[in-house]
Design a protein around this ligand. Structure first.
Ligand code: TYM
Length: 328
């Protein structure tokens, strides 16, 4: 299978990003032809300072390698190094109803936030078309993502369908989401009704590269529900259900087994075990990250090599799309 996915270089990555996306990436690279990129064009919609964005691109590329993405197995590249993404986006924009864009939940949320800062830029609205271009450019069949990206992926499928219909024979596969059954929506440590996200503050998420000390403090402070015994009950005990999900995913066992293991323990003992497990699983990433951070030139070389491969594949699709539409 041909697989594509991306992550915005917009700051520290958390264990939601890891369980929803990165962990799948590392598993998929062994079996499939994978293109994983840093979505810096998408990150521009948040209007970062230029220096900040430049630094984050390097930092996120290091993060990719630190969690186990391997440039020998997967093509790792920077979205803006491949101009065909932006060009295909324009072609696809002409096939996308504005109403579809205005209905996107993420757009509505971001536009509401942005309004407070007085600029709802057009990039926030057209964001999903760029995402469709990212995927269709490689004629990908599958896209590993967390649940929050499903609506965008559905739109990408519709855009592919419309293009194929209008300019036959079919050029683009309609891409499927690859989603984890349990890790697709990890919730905030402070409020189990909200998804884990950087934007709610550092105490609400565990960073993939957090120090043991920070992990300890954050799990200790994580909200739990009333009651004293550990059980998996997402409706009545959503906070605990989220923590148990984290335990099961990192322990690589069924939720049922994790719940059973702690059924006679109080919250404190369970939290202690979760803390130790997270430290044990995340420490190797942190150590690898520290080593990689000492060689940024190596990182640049990885991205340059990735871009060469991505350019070659994307040029071919773009040429075909242009011809079909009558501009070549
Ligand atoms: P981004 O950068 O917000 O998030 C990266 C990936 O992490 C997943 N994720 C989560 N999964 C589980 N629980 C959570 N709490 C959680 N938070 C984030 C996201 O679903 C995502 O898979 N638009 C995309 C980037 C993108 C892209 C693409 C993805 C651009 N072009 C093409 C796939 C294909 C985004 O902003 O992800």
């Amino acid at each position: 299978m041909r697989i594509v996915s991306g992550i915005q270089p917009s700051g520290e990555l958390h264990i939601g990003n890891y369980l929803g996306a990165l962990r799948q990436f590392t598993a998929l690279q062994d079996e499939h032809e994978c293109f994983f990129f840093l979505a810096d064009l998408h990150a521009l919609t948040e209007l970062p300072a230029p220096e900040t964005l430049r630094d984050r691109v390097v930092a996120t590329a290091i993060d990719y390698l630190a969690v186990g993405l391997d440039p020998q197995k997967a093509t790792l590249f920077l979205q803006s190094d491949v101009p065909a993404h932006a060009e295909l986006m324009w072609l696809l924009a002409t096939l996308t109803p504005v109403g579809d864009l205005e209905r996107m939940t993420q757009y509505k949320e971001k536009a509401r936030d942005a309004k407070k800062r007085r600029l709802v830029n057009a990039g926030l609205l057209t964001y999903p078309i760029l995402m469709a271009a990212d995927i269709l450019l490689y004629r990908a069949e599958a896209v590993p993502v967390g649940e929050d990206q499903l609506q965008h992926l559905e739109l990408a499928r519709r855009i592919a369908h419309r293009f194929n219909d209008r300019f036959p024979p079919p050029l683009f596969p309609e891409p499927n989401a690859l989603m984890q059954k349990k890790g697709a929506r990890i919730m905030s440590l402070a409020d189990p009704r909200k998804k884990m996200s950087k934007s709610h503050g550092p105490e609400t998420y565990i960073g993939i590269f957090d120090s043991p000390d920070s992990i300890r403090k954050k799990i200790q402070k994580a909200v739990t529900d009333s009651g004293t015994t550990v059980s998996y009950d997402p409706r009545r005990k959503p906070a605990l259900a989220n923590l148990l999900t984290l335990y099961a995913l990192f322990a690589e066992e069924e939720l049922r087994e994790s719940a059973q293991r702690f059924s006679h323990s109080g919250y404190a003992i369970f939290k202690q075990a979760l803390t130790e497990l997270l430290i044990q699983k995340l420490s190797p990433f942190r150590e690898r990250r520290q080593t990689l951070a000492q060689s940024p030139p190596h990182i640049r070389a990885v991205l340059e090599r990735g871009a060469e491969r991505a350019l070659a594949v994307s040029q071919e699709t773009l040429r075909e799309a242009r011809t079909r539409m009558g501009i070549a």
